[in-house]
Design a protein around this ligand. Structure first.
Ligand code: ZN
Length: 580
């Protein structure tokens, strides 16, 4: 590609409306442009990288035995009503209607469509297992789209779906997908980790997320440095601790705590440690109201409650009037004693004795509360957020916390969709059974900024060899001088012929502009043809990591120069990943 003809509007200034480095660099390098909040156009350079990532994903899916299809973006509401998810997605789903006022959604995901596709024809155990995938645009009306294409409302995803007659068969395909994902992220040169994850709106059972490690990533994960345990913080397990020493159970006492509405205020006023005060939250769930209790120094993790209840979402009761109606007290004084609703308490507070809770009477607390005597119906589950200092539940090692970007997820869906959408096959005995399903996503458009987040410096992007938009930049200085231009064109043709994807900078710009642009857009190698070098009989080769070498051109033979160039650029560099 000749840069003089290439649509590459790089920016001199760093865009001020971008926070994340990958977002700034994608704008600055002329890869993307914003259309409206969370909606972007890809320019030639950005689209080229996106396509390269897509192709690596496609190759590994095919290698894992999945078959590519293409499903529609426009999805009829009736399928979503059939699965019971039309309401679950809420305002995140883009909805539209046709001229006859039939309702549709712009696909945020495709479980309904794929189950509908196969349910009429995939009817015998002989046809299973089967894995289908597509690479297609998805639409989600993010409440806060941000960081460019990292969290956008229209994005490119690879989604695969598998159908099975048994859990063992699902486990096998799940492992194949896990391995394929590992190969994809390795080939992209990512520093990644797979973590246990909540299944969220997809429902079903076991799920893992693939996270690209990045200091500015939106997701926090915990990793054990000793065993292989790693988890999304939302469902992280840890060794439960016990603060309490064995003491005699005292008599429960109501005490006035006028105007003391926070744990700290009550702790100071009653002169008791904050960990001996239990916090109460009331949630509205599919099964009605429930109370959730955690220790005074801990935070509640809603996802753990959601997972335990097996419901897609829960909603905390958060208005004064509602809380008063339910408990009889204002927020600062609510507690579990006497509440006639299911009570879930965090495992860490199970060993507490003589603790303090709100009295369900505004301005009062109860001291010396004990589980069996006062809250006999409490059920203990892991409910609090994981925190610094927590230890691995497997091996007791202190857990490490990392920031990361979610780039893929695997789900064991079980029969959630095949049951609700009646996707059934006939087994060997002639009985009808629902398929056991899995689904597997990779955020292709998110992978591009994720790769950048792990590979940039002050000058710009540093592409890994597997996704770089061009293998080298051939920079011709003083391109108007016929000597340099001639050699530039010769080498350009020769390198193209030898299979290299070369960006020829034949613009009449200054050397500084040319070097800056090549570094900004992240090309791994610069070949520099300048008049001074030609006088000395050399051309220069410089890698994006700063290693320089020279090639003699005195032979005057293009093929000899090309041979030497090939040799110079094929030297393996530290830190770059060659495709498998
Ligand atoms: Zn461990």
């Amino acid at each position: 590609m000749k840069l003089s003809k290439y649509y590459l509007p790089t920016l001199k200034e760093t865009p001020t409306d971008a926070e994340l480095e990958s977002h700034k660099l994608m704008l600055k390098a002329g890869m993307i442009r914003k259309v409206t909040a969370g909606v972007y156009s890809y320019l030639p350079l950005g689209f080229k990288v996106l396509k390269k990532v897509e192709e690596i994903v496609r190759e590994e899916m095919n290698r894992a035995g999945a078959q590519e299809i293409k499903l529609p973006i426009i999805q009829p509401a009736k399928l979503w009503q059939e699965s019971g998810r039309w309401g679950d997605f809420g305002p995140e789903m883009f909805k539209l209607s046709d001229r006859k006022e039939n309702l549709f959604a712009l696909g945020p995901t495709h479980e309904e469509i794929i189950t509908d596709l196969v349910r009429n024809e995939l009817n015998s155990y002989k046809d299973l297992p089967l894995t289908l995938y597509q690479i297609n645009d998805k639409f989600r009306d993010e409440i806060r789209p941000r960081h460019g294409v990292m969290r956008s409302r229209e994005f490119l995803m690879k989604d695969a779906y598998s159908f099975h007659t048994s859990q063992e068969s699902l486990d096998e395909t799940y492992q194949d997908m896990y391995d394929a994902y590992g190969r994809v992220f390795d080939r992209l040169g990512l520093d990644w980790v797979a973590v246990e994850a909540p299944s969220g709106l997809m429902g079903g059972g076991y799920s893992q997320e693939f996270m690209a490690l990045a200091d500015e990533g939106a997701e926090e994960i915990v990793v054990c440095s000793k065993c292989d345990y790693a988890s999304n913080v939302e469902i992280a397990k840890y060794q439960t601790s016990s603060n309490e020493e064995k003491t005699d159970l005292k008599k429960t006492k109501e005490v006035a705590t006028p105007g003391k509405e926070t744990i700290d205020a009550v702790s100071n006023y009653l002169d008791i440690p904050s960990w001996k005060i239990v916090k109460t939250f009331i949630y509205r769930t599919d099964e009605g109201l429930v109370a959730a209790l955690v220790g005074g120094d801990d935070d509640l993790e809603e996802m753990k409650l959601i997972n335990h209840l097996g419901t897609p979402k829960v909603e905390m009761v958060s208005t004064e009037s509602e809380i008063k109606e339910i408990t009889g007290a204002d927020f600062g004084s609510i507690g579990p004693v006497g509440l006639d609703i299911p009570i879930y308490a965090d495992l860490d507070i199970k060993s507490l004795t003589n603790f303090t809770v709100g009295a369900n009477k505004t301005g009062y607390h109860l001291k010396n509360v004990n589980w069996e005597k006062d809250i006999p119906n409490a059920k203990f589950i892991n409910l609090r957020k994981v925190k610094r200092g927590d230890r691995c539940h497997n091996c007791g090692t202190k857990l490490d916390f990392h920031r990361s970007i979610e780039v893929g997820q695997l789900f064991q869906l079980g029969k959630k969709y095949s049951d609700s959408l009646e996707g059934k096959y006939q087994d060997q005995q002639g009985e009808l059974n629902s398929y056991i399903m899995g689904c597997y996503g990779i955020g292709i458009s998110r992978l591009v900024p994720a790769i950048i987040q792990q590979n940039y410096d002050n000058q710009g992007i540093k592409w890994t060899n597997s996704v770089t938009p061009f293998s080298m930049a051939l920079i011709v200085l003083d391109a108007d001088v016929s000597k340099t231009r001639k050699l530039g064109n010769k080498l350009y043709k020769g390198l193209n012929k030898r299979g290299y994807d070369v960006l020829l900078d034949d613009r009449s710009s200054s050397p500084g502009v040319k070097f800056n642009d090549a570094d900004l857009i992240g090309i791994p190698v610069k070949i520099i043809i300048g008049p001074r070098g030609l006088d000395e009989g050399i051309i220069e080769v410089e890698t994006r990591t700063g290693e320089k070498s020279e090639i003699g051109i005195d032979s005057g033979k293009t093929e000899t120069i090309l041979d030497e160039l090939e040799q110079a650029i094929s030297k393996p560099e530290a830190g770059t990943n060659t495709p498998v």
